[in-house]
Ligand binder design. Structure first.
Ligand SMILES: *Cc1c(COP(=O)(O)O)cnc(C)c1O
Length: 362
């Protein structure tokens, strides 16, 4: 028998979430970010479900190539752009847009013989200090790009927020202001600033393009869950109860014997663990749904198994469905308990988890 750990991908939720993004940013184009294998949901299926977006954003040319191989002709933006001069031709051949964030990339473009057009997005560093030209160097970089005859003249200006999920943090306002000053000094160009948190928290910064990942998968980094914001979980991680044991008062559960039974009680064992991508850091008390009802995790998460306090669920039976996150249990709650973010959890499914597509409407 195969193991029962299963990630169900709700295609209707992806489409509905894209519609919700358009509702929130009605005047902007939407780049659906599908990096990291579609945030762990499966690149091709996510790209196909989100092909109504105005562009797809990927982290690597290889991901762009996979999307092209699946037959989609959507605009695709490679968010870190070219890694070496030979990538320029690959991008032309695959019709991928390149972000240009560094002097080295600009020089490769200037030295290229120019056999064909390329669309580029100029990335400006307004304070995150990861990728991008410094604000003071951006106008010159823009002018150099415009002098390259084979570069599409519609260069998109972009920047990325460091703290847009931290409500009230002054950095985001400073990033928006710095970017706006720069854009006003340049010939009119399309602009893009917001990620998911910016989409919700900074409506004035929607500009021409929003770039949205997390919320499309139904995951929020803001204090509100994605569900509260009108989005639906695109992944449900589930398994089954494979044992129920009566354990005496005072006995301790699992590796490290970290949890002691306060009374003689019923302990459930579910077939999932960190070997599937369920976080080992999840502490006792992390909610898990059995038959749709919340029960607390107890003891340490092991590679293949977790243990559950079934005192509030006396009718639980072997074979009962267990949901780790998804419909009925926001992944944000599991992430918060485990000291991480929902993005990391959904990106972490291992190869032994069976992926199933749900084609039902919401
Ligand atoms: C990942 C990424 C996004 C999307 O961020 P979310 O928080 O998932 O919406 C947007 N822009 C860039 C440059 C990114 O790398």
């Amino acid at each position: 028998m195969s193991r029962c750990a299963r990630a169900t991908i709700h295609l209707a939720a992806l489409r509905s979430n894209l519609a919700r993004v358009r509702e929130l940013a009605p005047r902007s184009k939407v780049m659906a970010v599908v990096k990291a294998d579609g945030y762990g949901h499966g690149l091709e299926r996510v790209a196909s479900a989100l092909q109504g977006a105005d562009a797809l954003g990927v982290a690597s040319i290889a991901d762009g190539q996979r999307i092209r191989a699946s037959g989609l002709s959507n605009r695709i933006v490679v968010l870190s752009g070219i890694d070496e001069p030979a990538d320029i031709d690959t991008m032309r051949r695959l019709n991928l847009d390149s972000v240009i964030h560094h002097e080295s990339q600009l020089q490769w473009l200037e030295s290229d013989p120019g056999a064909g057009a390329l669309r580029v997005w100029l990335k400006v560093d307004t304070g995150m200090h990861r990728l991008g030209f410094p604000v003071a160097a951006a106008a010159e970089a823009y002018a150099r790009l415009r002098r390259i005859a084979w570069i599409d003249p519609q260069v998109v200006l972009m920047t990325h927020f460091a703290n847009s999920d931290q409500v009230g943090d002054p950095l985001t306002a400073a990033q928006i202001a710095g970017f706006s000053r720069l854009a006003q000094g340049l010939p009119p160009a399309a602009c893009s600033l917001s990620n998911s948190a910016g989409l919700v928290a900074f409506p004035d910064a929607h500009a021409d393009w929003v770039r949205v990942g997390g919320l499309l998968y139904g995951i929020s980094l803001l204090p509100q869950t994605a569900l509260d914001l009108g989005f639906h979980a695109a992944m449900t991680l589930s398994t089954k109860l494979i044992a129920i044991n009566r354990i005496d008062k005072g006995e301790r559960i699992g590796y490290g014997q970290t949890w002691e039974c306060p009374e003689t009680m019923s302990v459930g064992v579910a077939a999932i663990g960190y070997g599937d991508g369920y976080p080992r850091q999840a502490p006792a008390g992390t909610p898990v749904l059995v038959r749709g009802r919340p029960v607390p995790l107890i003891g340490r998460v092991s590679m293949d198994l977790i243990t559950l306090d079934l005192r509030d669920l006396p009718d639980a039976q072997i074979g009962d469905p267990v949901v780790l996150w998804g419909g009925g249990l926001p992944v944000e709650r599991v992430a918060q308990a485990s000291g991480t973010i929902g993005y990391e959890l959904v990106c972490g499914m291992t190869r032994r988890v069976e992926f199933v597509e749900d084609h039902q409407s919401l």
